[in-house]
Write a protein that binds this ligand. Structure first.
Ligand SMILES: [Zn+2]
Length: 258
């Protein structure tokens, strides 16, 4: 795939030998690609991303992958807090309140090609394709509730959770019970922690708890408008089961001991 390399951002520094593990998807919330380039390449703005994709599907490479671009800001995922050092940032020319308020099929097609290329090049796990709202759920909404995650799942770029059998659900619920995770809230927070979300302050703060659930809903249940605890819970169980079959139940135990 061809990149446009005419524009370069000065806003980067060294990764200090960190390995690229994650891809973070953003939207610009700006007017158009020209405005996005002018901001992402402006030294005073102190922001950047490795890639920017326009509505017509053009891919701009603003920062070389080997450098640490400044797109994530204060963030958290699986106990990592310096996400910029270990990720590639992709900005989409999209603004929920602008004329560019549609994820065009050309844009999504370019995005998929770019992600597949990066995944292969850096051996990035499909669980590590994340939204900015995953790693900063209390500050950020992008790429937003209209981003076509289902299309990425359909193309096998991100996981597609299977419908579970009753027995599978029972095993997990029994495990919750044995480990003293008795309430839905405890169970929901546990699974969100296991996935990688920042749950450090949500237990006692209702507002943060709701914001985190909302971030999860917008990513995994986009299309669902209302907050529905049961729906979120059911999706989280499928999500947990998907991760467990991959990562073995030992991880669960380690997390409980911590
Ligand atoms: Zn962002």
């Amino acid at each position: 795939m061809k990149y446009i390399t005419k524009y370069k951002s000065p806003n980067y520094n060294s990764r200090n030998k960190s390995i690229i593990k994650f891809i973070i998807i953003h939207y610009t919330a700006l007017k158009n690609t020209a405005e996005a380039i002018s901001i992402l390449c402006n030294k005073r703005k102190k922001v950047s991303s490795h890639y920017l994709i326009s509505t017509n599907g053009a891919v701009f490479n603003l920062v070389n992958d080997k450098f640490r671009a400044w797109h994530a800001g204060e963030s958290f995922w699986q106990n990592f807090t310096d996400i910029n050092s270990i990720s590639i940032g992709i900005e989409l020319d999209y603004n929920p309140f602008g004329k560019n308020n549609k994820f065009s099929s050309k844009m999504i097609s370019s995005l998929k090609k770019l992600i597949i290329k990066l995944k292969n090049k850096y051996n990035i796990d499909q669980n590590n394709i994340l939204a900015h709202s995953d790693i900063a759920p209390f500050r950020k909404k992008d790429p937003g509730k209209h981003f076509p995650w289902k299309s990425l799942a359909f193309s096998k770029i991100i996981p597609n959770f299977k419908k579970l059998r009753k027995d599978d659900i029972k095993v997990i619920e029994n495990w919750f019970y044995i480990n003293n995770l008795k309430t839905k809230k405890q169970q929901i927070i546990f699974v969100l922690t296991f996935i990688g979300y920042d749950t450090r302050n949500v237990n006692k703060n209702y507002k943060l708890y709701n914001r985190l659930k909302n971030a999860y809903k917008n990513r995994y249940l986009n299309g669902v408008d209302k907050m529905n605890n049961n729906l979120i819970y059911n999706t989280l169980i499928k999500h947990l089961h998907f991760l467990l079959t991959k990562n073995k139940i030992n991880l669960l135990h380690n997390l409980m001991v911590r």
